[in-house]
Every structure is written in structure tokens, then in C-alpha cells.
Design a protein around this ligand. Structure first.
Ligand code: SAM
Length: 213
């Protein structure tokens, strides 16, 4: 039987907010410094992807502390990082320093970026959303990306009875994305933090030409 209440690992503090669809859920966790998803750095697969591409406009939804936004901004890439939790954006601004203006408070499902993204970076965002929002996630990604645009990053594979993180079966992920995207890269990840270890893949999906949601 499925249960959408968040998993509370042993030793985790008790939280008031139990709805990951609400900014307050994430605000509370940032405020209390409980962020088991936070890598405190830039993953190797991300760096490698950046190295093999020319600069293009990048959108980072559900950015959290936004280490990757700093990495891109330092290299002169156009980047916007968004998060609907004000405390996440505050953490990101502190981390971004001189690049703090690349992050803003916004809800991914209504946000209109100031550019047409060439790449939307995924890390621990899809798995932060309750599974009931997956269709909406894919539709929004498809609407934001032009034909040939890339949805690339880390996907948390394997269904979880509770979340976040809400893992997804690989076949379900492929079926969700295939109508709008073609898979062009599928690689293992070797530097996952504990909460994602052994269950992350780096996937690159290219926006197909046939439909625009
Ligand atoms: C698990 S955290 C991951 C943060 C970051 N991507 C990372 O890898 O450290 C998920 C983040 O998504 C944000 N989030 C969830 N739903 C959102 C939405 N609809 N729009 C924007 N941000 C959202 C949360 O506030 C939270 O900071």
C-alpha cells in the first residue's frame, strides 16, 4: 500500500510541516539545518557535462543551496536558479556570494524564465515532488524547453513507499518522458551522497520536435 507521508529516518527531528508540496515543508528543514539531500559541493557528472558543452542558458528548478549555479556563473554561463522556499533561496544567496542575483523565489510550475533554456538541470527536484505531480513536471519541462533543448541531471531510480525522496521505477520514468524527450545519455554516478547512493543515474533527455506541451 502506498503512503505519501515523508520518510523520517532514525534520529531525524520531528517536523510540523508534512506536505512537500508546500514551501513551508522545505523552509522548516532549511531553518533547522536538516538537509540530507545537500551535497555541499558540485557533483562530478555535472562538471563533466559542463566541460563537454558550450555555454547555454540554464534553468535550475528546486535549486536548494544552488552550488551548481555558482559553478556555472563563475564560468560565465547564463543561469537562473529558482526555489519556492524562501529559506532555500536565502541559503543559496549566501553560498552564491557575488552571484547571488542568479537565484530567486519562484514556483517551477508557474515560473517564466527570462530566457529560453538550452538546459534544465535536474537534481533532487523530481524526487522532491509527490508522484501525483509527475505528469505536471514532464509537461512543464516540455513546455519550457525548445526542440533540441536538454533536460539533464540526476534521477533517483527505484520506487520508494514513502518520500521525499520519491524514487521512480526506471520503466515509469522512461514512459513519462518518452513522448516529449529522447534519451541521449545514461551513465552511472560514483559520487552520490548517502541518501541517493547506488540509485542515481545521470540522464540526458533531448526535447523532441513533434509536440510542444
Ligand atoms: C530535495 S531539495 C533539493 C535541492 C537541490 N536541488 C539539491 O540538489 O540540493 C528539493 C528542493 O525543491 C524545492 N521545491 C519543491 N517544489 C518546488 C516547486 N514547485 N518550485 C520550486 N521549488 C520547489 C524545495 O523547496 C527544495 O529546496
Amino acid at each position: 500500500m502506498s503512503d505519501s507521508r515523508p520518510t523520517v529516518p532514525p534520529g531525524a527531528p520531528e517536523f510540523e510541516n508534512r506536505d512537500p508540496n508546500a514551501p513551508g515543508f522545505w523552509d522548516e528543514r532549511f531553518e533547522r539545518g536538516y538537509m540530507p539531500w545537500d551535497q555541499a559541493g558540485v557533483p562530478a557528472s555535472f562538471k563533466a557535462f559542463v566541460e563537454r558543452h558550450a555555454p547555454m542558458p540554464v534553468l535550475i528548478p528546486g535549486c536548494g543551496s544552488a552550488y551548481e549555479a555558482w559553478w556555472l556563473a563563475e564560468r560565465g554561463w547564463p543561469v537562473r536558479a529558482i526555489d519556492f522556499a524562501a529559506n532555500a533561496v536565502e541559503a543559496a544567496r549566501a553560498q552564491l556570494g557575488a552571484h547571488a542575483d542568479v537565484v530567486e523565489v519562484a514556483d517551477f510550475f508557474t515560473y517564466q524564465p527570462p530566457f529560453e533554456p538550452g538546459w534544465i538541470y535536474e537534481r533532487a527536484f523530481m524526487c522532491a515532488l509527490p508522484p501525483s505531480r509527475r505528469d505536471e513536471y514532464v509537461a512543464r519541462m516540455a513546455a519550457l524547453l525548445p526542440v533540441g533543448g536538454l533536460l539533464a541531471g540526476f534521477f533517483f531510480i527505484g520506487a520508494t513507499p514513502k518520500g521525499p525522496p520519491f524514487g521512480i521505477e526506471r520503466a515509469e520514468l522512461d514512459a513519462l518522458l518518452a513522448p516529449h524527450f529522447e534519451l541521449t545519455e545514461d551513465e552511472p554516478v560514483n559520487d552520490s551522497i548517502a541518501v541517493f547512493a547506488g540509485r542515481e543515474r545521470w540522464l540526458t533527455w533531448r526535447r523532441r520536435g513533434a509536440t510542444k506541451a
